[in-house]
Design a protein around this ligand. Structure first.
Ligand code: F6R
Length: 365
């Protein structure tokens, strides 16, 4: 059942070339430079015309939603808001019939996400589910939706579901963008980049031994800071969450530029900082943030692109990931962070598949 791996979590991390492939299988139409999502059929025009998209989710799925916000606003040009389902359901959110609300949930059973769906439906918004478990409550209650097809996720820490959620959000983005302003050529470019993801993920997984060694150096730290900007900001949050939940080490994710508004006070030679610093629109800005940490003697681990020969001179450790377009980079840059959390937890002798106090699906609020 664990496919020869010691834990489901490692098996599920290693499965990602396949799970990512399965999430887009049969859904990319290269000739037309667009995606085809059977579960949205009949609703496409209503989604394209929506005044606003709201994304409601919890935990890791909420992090996927944050990446979705950046994608949809950049390519589809529709204003997006991302909400914690638990807050959304109890405040007085303005939900209008012209809104589309996307509910992201691996299990499809998360109580808060389900309750926020019922509320949005009552207010007449179009409700879309992005779920993994087929026939789950959120999948059944929503008006339409897209399954992520990641396959069963058993490890309590969500890994392959996250990358598949990002794939599906990219597919939705491509669909809406092409129905709006995106050119055929640009659509085809996104498709080619998506199709090359499984091979790129395989390459990252080959760094597993290197990451395990790096974990040795960091396993005894008591606090971590994860920093990223742009599309990699939600990756910083997700990397920190993975470490917290399975290794019980305190970790915080921040948008890198927020560091100087408080967290920088924490930095000294005992504070490891994980930077997600791939070559995107904000690369130079991230370099200055790295220099600021360096000047205060912080220990730095950086996730960088393969051709980056600059950052390794500044930092203590680098892990390399292949380059892709900015929108898809989180699918690659999160993988070393999943492996890092896994190895740190194993080295600390912890039960990575069933961390204390956590349940795979949170069906109570
Ligand atoms: C983190 C994790 C949780 C879930 C959250 C939402 O690794 O597993 O944060 O992401 O409980 O669960 P779903 O996606 O099933 O609604």
């Amino acid at each position: 059942t664990k496919g020869g791996y010691p834990h489901y979590m490692l098996k599920e991390i290693m499965e990602q070339p396949d799970s990512i492939f399965n999430s887009m299988r049969g859904r990319l139409l290269y000739e037309e430079g667009i995606s085809k999502l059977g579960g949205l059929q009949g609703y496409e025009d209503r989604i394209v015309r929506s005044q606003r998209i709201i994304i409601s989710a919890c935990g890791t799925s909420w992090h996927a939603g944050l990446v979705g916000e950046y994608m949809l606003e950049e390519y589809a040009g529709i204003p997006v808001e991302v909400e914690y389902a638990s807050e959304f359901r109890y405040r007085h959110p303005i939900i209008r019939p012209e809104d589309t609300v996307i509910f992201i949930s691996q299990s499809g059973e998360t109580a808060d996400t389900l309750a926020s769906l019922k509320e949005a439906k009552k207010k007449g918004a179009l409700c879309l589910g992005v779920c993994n478990v087929v026939g789950s409550s959120i999948a059944r209650e929503s008006n339409a939706g897209v399954y992520i097809h990641a396959g069963p996720e058993i490890g309590v820490a969500s890994t392959k579901a996250f990358t598949s959620q990002l794939v599906v959000l990219s597919l939705i983005t491509l669909l809406l963008a092409r129905k709006k302003n995106l050119s055929l050529i640009e659509g085809q470019n996104i498709i080619r980049e998506m199709q090359s993801l499984p091979e790129k993920v395989k390459k990252i997984l080959e760094s597993n031994d290197q990451i395990e060694k790096i974990a040795d150096e960091y396993m005894s730290c008591r606090n971590f800071l994860y920093l990223g900007r742009g599309y990699n900001f939600p990756v910083a949050l997700e990397g920190a969450l993975k470490l917290k939940e399975i290794s019980y080490i305190h970790a915080e994710g921040y948008p890198a530029a927020e560091m100087k508004h408080g967290p920088i006070a924490l930095i000294d030679e005992n504070m490891p900082v994980v930077f997600i610093a791939t070559k995107d629109a904000v690369y130079d800005k991230v370099i200055s943030n790295i220099e600021e940490v360096k000047a205060r003697k912080g220990r730095i681990l950086a996730i960088v692109n393969e051709d980056d020969d600059y950052i390794e001179k500044l930092v203590d450790h680098v892990i390399r990931v292949p380059k892709t377009i900015n929108m898809l980079q989180p699918i690659l840059s999160v993988i070393p962070l999943q492996l890092l959390a896994y190895h740190v937890a194993v080295k600390r002798g912890l039960n990575v598949d069933q961390p204390r106090n956590l349940a795979k699906s949170v069906t109570v609020e």
